[in-house]
Design a protein around this ligand. Structure first.
Ligand code: HEC
Length: 149
């Protein structure tokens, strides 16, 4: 198994770098800072604290903290809230009821909003993008998620 993994790593390293890999550090974090930070930054409660009294924080326009790679991907492939990021940011095109997620509007105005959604989709992986509920996500769905640092 170890050998196989090493082999895979060597293979991956040998592949030509994708022309435009969307990474958290280079692409997502700056958009996040502009559009999401004021309500989800380090002044916002951690997920556990938020969950203890959501209404209190909602009234203050504070959602759960997601100001690092780890705390953001918790809402992507973490056990408790997998898929939340996609469901909340989706423009409705992927949803059964055609309704956009309630964080979609925070992605920016008109064209910018579409561009930023596209950026998040590319980062997650376009064929991984889904609005399935956490409990409906299969292992396969979760494995498709890329979200490079
Ligand atoms: C004006 C404040 C505000 C902005 C800006 C904002 N959010 Fe939120 N967000 C909230 C609040 C409050 C909640 C909790 C209430 C709810 O679930 O709708 C929340 C909830 C969420 C959740 C669900 C968390 C969970 O518990 O499952 C995600 C994911 C999320 N936001 C992502 C984002 C992203 C990504 C952005 C930027 C594009 C963003 N939000 C911008 C206030 C905001």
């Amino acid at each position: 198994m170890k050998k196989l993994l090493t082999g895979l790593f060597v293979l991956a390293a040998a592949l030509p770098a994708q022309a435009e890999e969307i990474t958290y550090a280079k692409h997502i974090k700056p958009v996040w800072e502009d559009q999401c930070g004021r309500c989800h930054d380090s002044s916002a409660p951690t997920y556990e604290v938020y969950m203890a009294d959501p209404k209190k924080y909602d009234a203050d326009d504070k959602g759960p903290r997601m100001d690092t790679y780890e705390t953001l991907v918790f809402f992507l492939n973490g056990e408790k809230e997998a898929g939340a990021l996609m469901r909340r940011l989706d423009d409705g095109a992927n949803a059964k009821d055609g309704q956009a997620g309630n964080m979609y509007r925070h992605l920016g105005r008109s064209e910018k909003r579409k561009e930023n959604l596209q950026l998040f989709k590319k980062w997650v992986g376009e064929d991984a993008w889904t609005t399935k509920k956490t409990a409906e996500l299969t292992k396969d769905d979760l494995q498709k998620i890329k979200a490079p640092r």
